[in-house]
Design a protein around this ligand. Structure first.
Ligand code: URA
Ligand code: SF4
Length: 194
């Protein structure tokens, strides 16, 4: 079966998920979108108001900045994959609870197993915590980490601040642009060693 077919099947299952309480207050599940064989996979925190309305990730103001960041390194949304740590919108945009992230994690694991990205880019501390527990986003952003990650072999994690953070803090905008500039180089290096 192709990666696209596997992903379509997974999305259908996700859309019907009611495993945690977030599904009681959201409009719909937002599984993620992009290329089924993307080399780069971005992982945000959770759907916001607009994402919950449209059923698509990063379509609000943070999404607009993410599109700019991608364009700055000649990438389009179709070239990459974007998902979130939880697929349903936390009420009033509160942080997802550890319990909710834990329950939803298996969907992300399944997405990763199908897409098999070369680089995982956690956006912000909530996403980072899932991949490198106890790491601080202020120290880990813009650096590449390699670690074993079953069911994948070695994965490369390249943490970034969340694009929404730059909407409230102008200086982070520059940091995000600088960190994104490194992505093509990191990808090139991984291709050489694997
Ligand atoms: N912020 C996120 O973390 N994810 C989205 O999908 C949108 C905004
Ligand atoms: Fe299911 Fe995840 Fe939505 Fe909870 S947040 S209902 S686990 S898809």
């Amino acid at each position: 079966m192709s990666q696209q077919t596997l992903l379509n099947n997974l999305n259908k299952q996700m859309l019907a998920c009611t495993q945690c309480a977030l599904r009681k207050t959201c409009n719909q599940v937002v599984p993620g979108e992009g290329s089924a064989n993307a080399e780069i996979m971005f992982i945000g925190e959770g759907p916001g108001k607009k994402e919950d309305e449209l059923g698509r990730p990063f379509v609000g103001s943070a999404g607009k900045f993410l599109n700019e960041l991608l364009a700055s390194i000649n990438l389009k949304r179709e070239d990459i994959y974007i998902a979130n740590t939880v697929k349903c919108r936390p009420p009033n945009n509160r942080d997802p609870l550890p319990e909710e992230k834990k329950i939803c994690w298996h969907w992300l694991e399944k997405q990763l197993a199908i897409i098999q990205p070369k680089i995982i880019i956690p956006l912000g501390r909530h996403s980072l915590e899932l991949f490198i527990p106890n790491a601080k986003i202020s120290e880990a952003h813009g650096r590449a980490f390699r670690k074993p990650f079953p069911p994948l072999k070695q994965i490369t994690i390249f943490p970034s601040y969340h694009p929404a953070a730059a909407l409230y803090n102008g200086s982070l905008r520059k940091t995000l642009l600088e960190d994104f500039k490194k992505i093509p180089k990191v990808l090139e290096l991984i291709c050489k060693i694997s």
